[in-house]
Design a protein around this ligand. Structure first.
Ligand code: GTP
Ligand code: MN
Ligand code: MN
Length: 583
């Protein structure tokens, strides 16, 4: 251990003195290490071997049934001043939070191995990347972190060079919901998570570091850490536009990131490139454009609904070397979830499948797989400079009112569209499902500071010399009177992206309305799609009285952020409200 790593070594020793593990293992990220962990977990039952003929290198993990999703009511942002965490976060004073969670960590690793995981979020040589170290007593976390991040020796070398890193301490604990906390100390670049083994609570590089801590750092340093996919759309002329899109959890980021073009588009030479499916870090480049990297190296995707028709790229990716969490099993030991052909025999809790017990796979069951296994994985995802972003897209599950697509007239209007985002809740977090909740920029659970300051930070990117992406809002989830989705979605969403790109390139005129620019008649290419003309009209209609109510609700929502809400955003909301009144 060199002197440059002394701070890390000191912290590891402190944690060991507190948690009293039987052994300390420094992870090197090697194949041999991974294989040894897998063997160990097969013995302890943490992993179950799946059918190795059909799914080589694939394993199943069953979490505790009380530990299957993120727990927002137990997630805290612990800034010195309560104001700084904002009404969008649960807050606890740092001293109180440390005391509370340290009491749980005392002696919690006795008899267990403590793993030290150095990791890098982003390409190892990128100036946009950031490093962290997670200490955990969970081999399942180690295996998943190896897939999801650049983990091991190279990350440790970068930490040694830079001398700083985000500290994350995790213990599975007793999995008692009464003894479970996920605490963030952004001012100390520290995370402490106890009592959960679930992905978003336990893989600290992901939501805790790459979103909550990173968003806080990004505000101070002039960049953005967002809950966005990054996808490249290559047109038949070979030009690629990169698009970043923020949708709340379980609203289609992974699907859009791996989109398969409709038949006609494929024949014409359109291609889709996957850069990231969940998190995007962006900063202005020298040319004034925003450049983005995906800080992750893998996908932690929702399994149910992933099928040969909805997301064949994901299905191909997870046919080998994948860890499944809380899926069901078929008679011949293949992973199964709702949406796949075949029949479940064992449910996610390991019981014989009985429909009376609910779905066979947990609705938030997941797969963890290396991004490189995705057939559409882009080599640009490894580019240290990142990719230039042409368009930013916001969207959510809105059964009514919100049109299929609209474009903001400028950056401030786009920030309003993002701030006003709402969605029906899903199974990705505990709580009621199907309730409309505002989820600005899909960051409600992940913004590590006051939303008012966050909106101001977004607005601040609009300055002289900036060549900002256009901002759009989409809604794949509009429903008709029969309760069915009006838009076919999935691969067909490329038609909407094509219109956006035409707008970016100045090749589509669009139709201006008070709520934004919509596709003009005939601009959305629908050939080969069986979409009745009335359905398209419904998808793009503007219900003025509905929008007045919506703008009123947005105004009230914005006011809930008090003095820290930038006046410019409230003015923007009033501008749209007034525009709606003008006949
Ligand atoms: P996290 O990974 O939790 O952040 O969520 P995500 O945004 O990646 O969600 P994901 O892509 O896994 O969304 C899955 C759900 O969205 C499934 O229920 C899909 O059926 C549904 N979905 C995705 N794209 C579309 C679409 O274009 N239309 C419709 N109707 N449903 C879609
Ligand atoms: Mn997510
Ligand atoms: Mn996803």
């Amino acid at each position: 251990m060199t002197s440059k790593l002394a701070a890390l070594e000191r912290w590891v020793n402190e944690v060991a003195a507190q948690t009293r593990p039987a052994k300390i293992h420094w992870c090197d990220g090697s194949d041999a290490e991974y294989q040894a962990l897998v063997q160990q977990m097969l013995q302890t039952g943490d992993l179950i071997e799946l059918n190795q003929q059909t799914h080589p290198g694939c394993y199943l993990h069953r979490s505790n049934p009380s530990d299957v999703a993120r727990v927002e009511h137990l997630t805290f942002v612990c800034t010195k001043h309560e104001e700084d965490a904002g009404p969008n976060n649960h807050w606890m004073a740092p001293a109180e939070a440390h005391a509370k969670i340290d009491a749980l960590f005392d002696g919690c690793m006795q008899g267990r191995t403590m793993y030290v995981i150095p990791y890098c979020m982003g390409p190892i040589d990128s100036p946009l990347s950031r490093c962290g170290v997670e200490i955990t007593d969970s081999p399942y976390v180690v295996a998943n972190m190896r897939t999801m991040t650049r983990m091991g020796a190279a990350a440790l070398a970068r930490i040694e060079r830079e001398g700083h890193f985000v500290k994350g301490l995790h213990s599975t604990g007793e999995l008692d919901p009464e003894r479970r906390f996920i605490m963030h100390f952004p001012e100390e670049l520290t995370i402490k998570s106890y009592g959960s083994g679930y992905g978003g609570n336990a893989l600290l590089g992901k939501k805790c570091h790459a979103l909550r801590i990173a968003s806080f750092q990004a505000q101070r340093e002039g960049w953005l850490a967002e809950h966005m996919l990054i996808v490249g759309i290559e047109n038949p002329q070979g030009q690629t536009h990169y698009i970043a899109a923020a949708f709340p959890s379980a609203c289609g980021k992974t699907n859009l990131a791996m989109l398969i073009p409709p038949e006609g588009y494929r024949q014409n030479g359109w291609r889709v490139w996957t850069i990231g499916d969940d998190i995007c870090w962006m900063r202005p480049g020298e040319d004034g454009r925003l450049y983005a990297i995906n800080p992750e190296a893998g996908f932690f995707g929702v399994a149910p609904g992933t099928s040969a028709s909805s997301n064949p790229n994901a299905l191909t990716s997870i046919s080998s070397d994948t860890i499944f969490t809380n899926v069901a099993l078929t008679a011949d030991n293949q992973p199964w979830w709702e949406g796949l052909p075949g029949t479940p025999v064992v449910d996610w809790q390991g019981r014989p499948y009985d429909p009376a017990n609910g779905p066979a796979a947990h609705p938030n069951s997941r797969f963890t797989v290396r991004a490189k296994q995705c057939p559409t994985w882009s080599p640009k995802a490894e580019d240290a400079q990142g990719v230039p972003i042409s368009a930013i897209v916001f969207g959510g599950r809105r059964p009514s009112l919100l049109p299929l697509v609209m474009e903001a007239r400028d950056w401030a209007h786009g920030v309003l569209m993002g701030a006003a985002m709402g969605s029906e809740t899903t199974a990705a977090a505990t709580g009621a499902v199907g309730v409309l909740r505002r989820d600005s920029m899909a960051m409600k659970p992940f913004c590590g500071y006051h939303y008012g300051d966050y909106f101001a930070h977004w607005l601040s990117f609009d300055k002289p010399g900036a060549k900002l992406p256009k901002i759009f809002h989409v809604n794949w989830f509009r429903k008709g009177k029969d309760g069915k989705f009006l838009w076919p979605g999935f691969g067909e969403n490329l038609r909407v992206l094509e219109w956006m790109i035409a707008r970016v390139e100045g090749k589509a005129r669009g139709a201006e309305t008070p709520i934004g620019t919509l596709p003009a008649t005939g601009e959305l290419k629908l050939d080969g799609l069986d979409l009745p003309r009335e359905t398209l009209a419904e998808l793009l209609n503007l219900d003025a009285s509905g929008w007045e109510m919506e703008l009123h609700a947005i105004g009230e929502y914005l006011d809930s952020f008090g003095k820290r809400l930038p006046a410019q955003l409230r003015q923007e909301q009033q501008r749209v409200q007034q525009a709606l009144h003008v006949p």
